[in-house]
Design a protein. Structure first.
Length: 255
């Protein structure tokens, strides 16, 4: 957990209760919580499955199920061993040598406002997806300066910086994508290390507008086996509301 910023309180200006601010999330995949493995690190079958909740899951065991922190019906899963991310210090590791990703048990469908948070450190920045559902629905990093979002179509919503970059050090960022009630999209980056440390930085354009429905069925891929994520993913939070700066900072500190 990060320290609160000077003058900030957990409840300041927010409708969230102090703990946890995730209670009204559509989906919360939380670090080291409700992770289950049906395959060990060598893809040997494990029965019954091991779990992060009782510390039976081992280093680099394959995560076959990652349940919602709040007990919701939607969860992440991967039943093919070589495609399933691996458990590493409480997080999901997406190996650069394989196309690892999760399917969702049910689609998350976003028709209006939304806010998505991904806490992750990156091993690759060339067309690596955070979430997706098809070539018409995804949020990915295209290179170390640019992110691309498609929502229900072929329109590319680009978020590009001229000089600021995302690094591939092990220090985690929290990436945030959100849409307001008029369909305007914005993206923020918090965290990092060294010269690539940011504090709720608005990344690139704030004039992208897309009112189509976003359907998410994959974590770590635009679609099955496509543009798969590379790195460590610690938390995934999806809301069907737009968050203001105070709410975003509460989430950054909570994660």
């Amino acid at each position: 957990m990060k320290l609160l910023r000077l003058g900030q309180t957990l409840c300041e200006g927010s409708s969230f209760p102090p703990q946890p601010p995730s209670a009204n999330a559509l989906l919360f995949l939380k670090e080291n919580t409700h992770m289950f493995s049906g395959f060990d690190s060598s893809c040997g079958v494990v029965s019954p499955p091991t779990s992060s909740d009782d510390s039976t899951i081992g280093h680099l065991d394959h995560i076959t199920k990652w349940e919602d922190y709040n007990g919701g019906s939607v969860y992440a899963e991967q039943t093919t061993c070589v495609d399933s991310p691996q458990y590493s210090s409480g997080a999901a590791q997406f190996d650069t040598s394989f196309s690892m990703y999760f399917d969702l048990s049910s689609d998350v469908v976003l028709t209006g406002e939304f806010t998505i948070y991904i806490k992750a450190s990156l091993d690759g920045t060339s067309n690596k997806a955070f979430v997706g559902g098809s070539t018409s629905n995804f949020w990915r990093i295209s290179n170390n300066k640019e992110f691309r979002v498609r929502i229900g179509g072929v329109t590319n919503n680009l978020f590009t910086e001229a000089t600021d970059t995302i690094n591939t050090a092990k220090r985690a960022y929290v990436f945030c994508l959100q849409r307001d009630s008029s369909g305007y999209l914005s993206m923020f980056v918090d965290g990092g290390s060294g010269a690539q440390t940011y504090y709720d930085k608005a990344w690139g354009s704030t004039t992208n507008q897309d009112t189509d429905t976003m359907t998410i069925s994959n974590i770590g891929a635009t679609a099955d086996d496509t543009q798969t994520f590379e790195g460590i993913m610690r938390d995934v939070l999806i809301y069907d509301t737009e968050h203001n700066a105070t709410q975003r900072n509460i989430i950054y500190n909570y994660l």
